[in-house]
Write a protein that binds this ligand. Structure first.
Ligand code: HEM
Length: 477
């Protein structure tokens, strides 16, 4: 009898499992009567596979057409989730922050980024900072002083990584520039060896943070957790050294973002602990790295593909360059003159947004568009559902920077940085970095794509499959 068991068991178990799955799915849909329409996907897997295969844009578009253009349900990352769509969905989520919703990060992401003792904590406990602090240290007035630093680094980067080559891969190089800039402005770390000590483990984190969260040796997720530990250790060394310098009066106030974090107090008037500062710096590094590198890369992609747009940007940037001496670095006044270039960057952010939206968790049950969203569900607002809507952006696939002239797009339709109280505090930093980079590239080179129809795939952000190789032609030639 025992010899037959391996053969008989599957025959018995298979029909039982199929019955259970169909029962659970049917039962699930009965319970969902007033919940938004949609699918829970497969048991355990949810709709993760479909999301990964289709990419966020098509996943959302298909379901908006099939279920509802306002809100639909799905199951992602093991969570019951309502996806809010269009400008109305954005408005609802942005204006109900802290009333109906609170911030939420996937557990897998927290595990890779945070000290183990913070993984179960909410975002406020993790950062121990009032949210206004990020907005204060990243507001235009505070960032003005960094523009010449951004420009000087961009010049070094061009001299070292672009000028000696006839073809460059834009995506890896923009990541290098973005990370070096963050090390300089956040931590005053400028030594290449020291930057590498942070950059290598940090790339393990960003490469594995969004992968399937299986923590086994050899998986990308496992490497992300190990990388996170190494980044935290190195940050702790830096923070401890800087705190010591502060106590010994060797610290200059306003030197970088870290010095501001060392001096700020929490709501109870206490200085932040080293771990809390490390959480904040990691948060800033992660939030700024892929997003800004992807934004720079997409702008370069459009400039290399659309000569009439490139020519207009070149005209604007050359006027600024000619108004200055060759060694004079860019200033706030110069940035303010880059109006057309910023419209080009914004159109690029509309068509190829680096961030796809953001999660929240509901803190109470509420009704939206006639559907009940239970307490504890996760929500997601989506950038493409308004960016690609012809009602707000006629001929949505056309690259047209003039959309941003005058009063620009209607409220809640153009949301690459989100909106409401949780709107990205780094949007001004990103604007400055993108514009300084554009200035340095177009005033030196004409660009041509080496692979004209290079595919853009979605990973943590839109990613050109071959890293966007472009041919460079110097204006001096
Ligand atoms: C083009 C570049 C960038 C894009 C597209 C972008 C986009 C976003 C988006 C969509 C959010 C989520 C908003 C929400 O939760 O609804 C966000 C949050 C955030 N971003 Fe950015 N970001 C960029 C660059 C940066 C930079 C350069 C920094 C820092 C220097 C930064 C720091 C942050 C932080 C700290 C948050 C969390 C805010 C909070 O939860 O209160 N971002 N960003």
């Amino acid at each position: 009898m025992e010899a037959f068991l391996p053969y008989v068991l599957p025959l018995v178990l298979l029909p039982i499992s199929l019955y259970l799955i169909s029962f659970l799915r049917k039962n699930g849909s009965n319970n969902m009567k007033n919940h938004p329409p949609g699918s829970k996907g497969w048991p355990l897997l949810g709709e993760n596979l479909e999301f990964a295969l289709l990419g966020p844009q098509k996943f959302v578009k298909d379901r908006m057409e099939k279920y509802s253009p306002e809100v639909f349900r799905t199951s992602l990352l093991g969570e019951k989730m309502a996806i809010f769509c269009g400008a109305q969905g954005n408005k609802f989520l942005f204006t109900n922050e802290n009333k109906l919703l609170t911030s939420w990060w996937p557990q897998s992401m927290k595990k890779a980024l945070l000290f183990p003792e913070f993984v179960e904590s909410n975002l406020k406990e993790v950062s121990a900072l009032k949210r206004s602090f990020h907005h204060d240290i990243l507001k235009p007035e505070a960032l003005k002083q960094y523009i010449p630093v951004m420009d000087a680094l961009a010049r070094e980067h061009m001299d070292h990584d672009w000028t000696p080559n006839s073809v460059v891969k834009v995506f890896p190089l923009s990541k290098k520039y973005t990370f070096e800039l963050a090390c300089r402005l956040f931590l005053s770390v400028t030594d290449p060896e020291h930057i590498k000590k942070l950059a290598d483990p940090f790339s393990l984190v960003t490469n594995g943070m969004f992968s399937v969260p299986i923590d086994l040796p050899g998986t990308a997720y496992n490497r992300a957790i190990k990388g996170g530990k190494m980044v935290r250790e190195e940050l702790m060394n830096i923070i401890k050294r800087r705190r010591k310098e502060l106590i010994e009066n060797k610290e200059t106030e306003g030197r970088d973002l870290l010095s501001k974090m060392l001096l700020v107090t929490d709501e109870d008037g206490q200085f932040l602990s080293e771990m809390e500062i490390s959480n904040n710096i990691i948060g800033l590094l992660v939030a700024s790295f892929e997003t800004t590198s992807s934004a720079v890369t997409s702008v370069m992609n459009y400039l290399a593909s659309l000569p009439h747009i490139y020519d207009e940007v070149l005209k604007e940037q050359m006027e600024i360059a000619k108004s200055k001496g060759p060694d004079e670095l860019l200033t706030w006044e110069d940035i303010e003159k880059m109006k057309y270039s910023w419209n080009v960057a914004r159109e690029s952010l509309r068509l190829t947004p680096p961030a796809q939206g953001a999660f929240r968790e509901t803190t109470t049950e509420f009704t939206y568009a006639g559907f009940t969203i239970p307490k504890g569900w996760k929500t997601f607002w989506t950038v493409h559902s308004s960016h690609k809507n012809p009602k707000y952006f006629p001929e949505p696939e056309k690259f047209d920077p003039s959309r941003f002239e005058g009063s620009g797009p209607a409220p809640y339709t153009f949301v690459p940085f989100g909106g409401g109280p949780r709107m990205c505090p780094g949007k001004e930093y990103a604007r400055l970095e993108v514009l300084v980079f554009m200035h340095n590239v177009v005033t030196r080179f004409k660009l041509e794509k080496a692979i004209p129809n290079e595919k853009i795939v979605f990973y943590a952000s839109p990613t050109p499959v071959y890293g966007l190789p472009v041919r460079l032609e110097s204006h001096d030639e």
